[in-house]
Design a protein around this ligand. Structure first.
Ligand code: SAM
Length: 328
């Protein structure tokens, strides 16, 4: 949700001329924008408050050379490490069948045997990608398989998905000659560490859809640590985790959150991704940035994308995507 993958050409066109060696992707999500900067030879730091996003960025951006070998992949798929069966017990009958839940319990335990945090990150990112692919609509806001449309991804086994995903992620790994780093923090705990450029793409506040990442992807988020950094809310049918709060959740706090970010990173070039369906609107955003930056340029792009779900159905919206580029 909210991935800028389809906008990478647009983003590239607008950043390629900027003088910046070091970049912070402050809300990295899928990591695709941070990865774009990595391919451009920048020194990249990424940050996201969700562990699942952090893990993907660590595997593909921070990681310079570690890949999963065939032996590592075999270990994740086939080893019989003792495990506590947490997924089998907690999510029985909710998202995957018993055999699949057992595979996930086993795979998570096996991943702990891999050598080093980068290999573990690739394997966890591959396992979470496998879960998203095996789930109709790729979300965990409903239980059962009622949106199963028979597509091929739903027919592949977890083993097949894991191998496919591990191969894709292995192929992303490269060294751009810089020391890149991924963080898993609340962005409001950052001070300005002298980044030349800070890319800001927070959850979009919109009247038309909710922007709650932890509700949609709670299963993936929990899976990253076998639910040790989050707590399942047992009173919910979906067994989702308690909401991970951010000021971008509500209209009351989103304006001051932007102001605080702009103040913190006022010495860097600031680029904000935002869409026409969202608040603050274009004019407000320019005004807020102008408080901290001498010059604010706006680049526009017409785009159609899935903006979320309503009653379990994917909603497609036509929006204008903006990049607000604030310079000193
Ligand atoms: C719109 S998405 C980013 C999408 C990303 N640019 C991409 O292309 O995939 C927003 C991200 O901000 C993260 N986030 C929200 N509030 C945050 C906070 N206070 N600190 C750090 N990350 C936060 C969410 O977890 C989510 O992954």
């Amino acid at each position: 949700m909210g991935s800028k993958q389809k906008l990478l050409d647009f983003i590239y066109d607008n950043v390629k001329g900027l003088e910046a060696e070091s970049v912070l992707d402050a809300f990295s999500g899928s990591g695709c924008v941070g990865y774009l900067f990595k391919t451009m030879g920048k020194q990249v730091h990424t940050n996201d408050m969700l562990k699942s996003c952090y893990i993907t960025s660590k595997a593909t951006i921070e990681n310079k050379r570690e890949k999963l070998s065939q032996q590592d992949i075999d270990l994740v798929i086939n080893n019989k490490t003792n495990n506590d069966g947490f997924i089998s017990r907690t999510f029985k009958g909710l998202y995957f069948n018993d055999k699949e839940n057992k595979f996930l319990d086993q795979a998570y335990a096996n991943i702990q045997l891999l050598n080093g945090s980068n290999k573990k990150a690739i394997a966890l990112a591959a396992l979470s990608r496998a879960c998203l692919k095996k789930r109709p609509r790729g979300i965990f806001t409903y239980t059962g398989m009622r949106y199963n449309d028979g597509r091929k991804d739903l027919k592949l086994s977890f083993t097949e998905h894991f191998i496919q995903s591990a191969t894709i992620i292995n192929n992303c790994v490269f060294d751009n000659g810089r020391d890149n780093k991924s963080f898993n923090k609340d962005i409001f705990s950052f001070t300005n560490n002298g980044y030349d450029l800070v890319y800001i793409d927070p959850p979009y506040y919109s009247k038309y859809s909710d922007n709650d990442y932890s509700r949609r992807y709670h299963f993936i988020e929990g899976l990253m640590t076998n639910w040790s950094h989050v707590k399942v809310n047992d009173n919910t049918k979906t067994k989702k985790i308690f909401k991970i709060r951010t000021p971008f959740d509500s209209l009351d706090t989103t304006y001051s959150a932007f102001d605080k970010l702009f103040e913190t990173f006022k010495r860097s070039i600031i680029i904000v991704s935002y869409s026409s369906n969202s608040l603050p609107n274009q004019e407000e955003m320019v005004q807020m940035m102008k408080k901290h930056k001498r010059k604010v340029e706006v680049a526009e792009f017409n785009h159609k994308y899935s903006s979320g779900t309503q009653n379990g159905r994917v909603i497609h919206s036509k929006v204008k995507e903006y990049l607000f580029i604030g310079k000193n």
